[in-house]
Structures are given as C-alpha cells and as structure tokens.
Design a protein around this ligand. Structure first.
Ligand SMILES: [Zn+2]
Ligand SMILES: [Zn+2]
Length: 224
C-alpha cells in the first residue's frame, strides 16, 4: 500500500508517501523544515518515522530544506545520478527557460541552497519496497536530466516538475496541466509524459499546483 499526502510549501509541494514505513518526497525551498515537520505531526509522524528522503530532481525548490531536516535527524537521502551534482553543490545547474514568464521568474528561482551528500544515488528504476512503500521509481528526464517520477500500487503518480498545474506556481487553475516554465529538453519532456500516461495512473501529483487528472493531461497533450 502507498498513500500520498500533499504538503503545500511556499512555492512548491512536497509529498508524504505512506506504507508500512514512510518516504518524504522533496523538501521545498530552504528554511521550510519546520513546515514539513508540522505537516508530519498532523499525520502523527516525526522525522524518525521517515525511512528515506527521495528527491524528484535537484532544483532548490525541491531539495532546499533537506540539509536542515538532516540537522534535526539523520535520514537516508536519494537523488538520481544525473542531478547529483546539484545536491552536492547546492546549485540548480543551468536553467533553460521557456517563454517570457520563465525569463521573468528565473532570477527569483535560480538561487543556491544548502548542499548535501546523498546516500543513495539512483541509477536504475528501483522498487521502493525496501523502504516500506509499494511504489516504483521511473526515469522521466526532460525538466532536468535526473528527473524521476514515482508510481504507486494505488494507480497514482508523483511526477515532480515534469508538468505543472495552473499558473504562477499553481495559485490559479491548479488542476490545468501545462509544461513547466523550465525544461532542459522539451523532446524528452514529451517522451516522459507519454511514458507516464502508459501507466494506469489516474491522478498525477506535481511539484507546483495540481493534482492533475489523466483526462486533463491527455486533452492537453494528445497522442499523435
Ligand atoms: Zn524544477
Ligand atoms: Zn519546482
């Protein structure tokens, strides 16, 4: 079993994935550890109950508070091998922007964050069974080269920044799927969207806004 709980942070979502044990997916921007700890407490959990902090990719708004959480309690951390340099250095790497909005918001987002050394470097699509959750990692590059998604046994998926919901970080129309403002490769993003639609998932949880329904994604990104 794997139950997903969305935790809304300042500009991004992180997620609690609950099974026999619990995985935290992403940690938001820097200085959001207390918000995450408070959200865990609502579920009756503390950091001691977290078996893994898994990052969908290496950007500051998804890895930003990991180091702060680790100060409070040591938890294994994981990131894809291609985004490892970001968490090692606390950097976003090169950010390629799409459109004028992206150009305008880039200076606010492209900030360094407290670096950390990940314990588990993901180089294959592993099952999360050993961390107590019925879910599997899928590689979904495009937003960054090391972007990953998670598919659960409940026909749900967490896809990070592969897509986003709504505009201005999901403040409006949060159930409307669209490309993220930043994409390393739009061709890879399209391929990764196809790949994720091939799973039976009905609900797709994203890094900003959402969740997104399968039908809405299929309408926006028709197969042809
Ligand atoms: Zn991102
Ligand atoms: Zn993001």
């Amino acid at each position: 079993m794997a139950k997903i709980t969305q935790i809304k942070l300042s500009i991004s979502n992180c997620y609690l994935l609950q099974g026999d044990r619990n995985i935290l997916i992403d940690t938001g921007n820097p200085n959001e550890a207390q918000k995450i700890i408070a959200a865990l407490a609502k579920q009756g959990l503390t950091l001691q109950d977290i078996s893994l902090i898994l990052h969908t990719h290496g950007h500051a708004d998804h890895c930003g508070s990991t180091q702060e959480l680790l100060h409070t309690h040591k938890i294994p951390t994981a990131i894809h091998v291609a985004d490892r340099f970001m968490s090692d250095q606390g950097t976003n790497g090169e950010i390629k922007t799409k459109g004028i909005t992206a150009f305008l918001v880039k200076p606010f987002i492209n900030k360094p964050y407290p670096a950390f050394v990940a314990d588990l470097i993901i180089d294959e699509e592993i099952n999360l069974h050993e961390f107590g959750v019925d879910a599997k990692i899928q590689f979904t590059p495009g937003h960054t080269q090391g972007s990953i998604s998670i598919v659960t046994d409940r026909n749900e998926a967490i896809i990070g920044d592969l897509l986003m919901g709504g505009i201005l970080g999901g403040r409006f129309f949060s159930d409307r799927p669209d490309y993220h403002y930043f994409m390393d490769s739009i061709e890879q993003v399209d391929q990764s969207i196809r790949k994720m639609l091939n799973f039976r998932a009905d609900t797709f949880f994203v890094g900003h806004g959402g969740p997104l329904k399968r039908k809405a994604i299929e309408a926006k990104f028709p197969i042809n």
